[in-house]
Design a binder for this molecule. Structure first.
Ligand code: DQA
Length: 151
């Protein structure tokens, strides 16, 4: 496969813009810009083109998913708190019929009970939790592996 053939949309939901500052014991001390940098470097190594967006607004995330339905080969998303209740976001993800990976900085299963349930997980190919920003790098590898897998 020629380099940069694979295109991945990376989305962060509400409050992820405060990563590094917000509850660093849970979400890490790395600001989102540094996580972006780590993602971009690894994406380049893997020959993956990325578009990255953070929004505090459910509708903006949904619009972005819809707009990228023809551009993207896969989506990596950390929906933040929307994970736990946004059927609209889940519907947007299923509508575009792209492989989805759900990533959480913290281990949502070791936290409050209301975080144990994800409405996105059942429509995701895979979920990565508790690995901090490195979870996005792992998801890039998973996507590359999935797409280049010889069936
Ligand atoms: C989070 C986990 C969510 O429960 C929370 O609402 C967030 C961040 C994570 O990355 O660990 O905003 O998605």
């Amino acid at each position: 496969m020629p380099n940069t053939e694979l295109k991945v949309l990376i989305l962060y939901g509400p409050n992820l813009n405060l990563t590094g500052f917000r509850e660093p014991d849970l979400y890490g001390k790395k600001p989102l810009e540094e996580i972006d940098e780590m993602i971009r470097l690894e994406a380049e190594n893997l020959g993956i083109e990325t578009r990255i967006l953070q929004s505090n607004h459910e509708g903006v995330l949904i619009d972005t998913i819809q707009e990228h339905r023809k551009w993207a080969d896969a989506i990596i998303i950390n929906p933040g708190a929307l994970t736990h209740y946004s059927i609209a976001l889940r519907d947007a993800l299923t509508s575009v019929r792209l492989p989805v990976f759900e990533v959480h900085l913290s281990n949502i299963y070791s936290r409050e009970e209301f975080r144990h349930h994800s409405v996105v997980a059942p429509v995701a190919v895979g979920c990565i939790v508790g690995c901090g920003g490195y979870g996005f790098v792992l998801a890039l590898h998973a996507i590359k592996n999935l797409v280049t897998e010889v069936v």
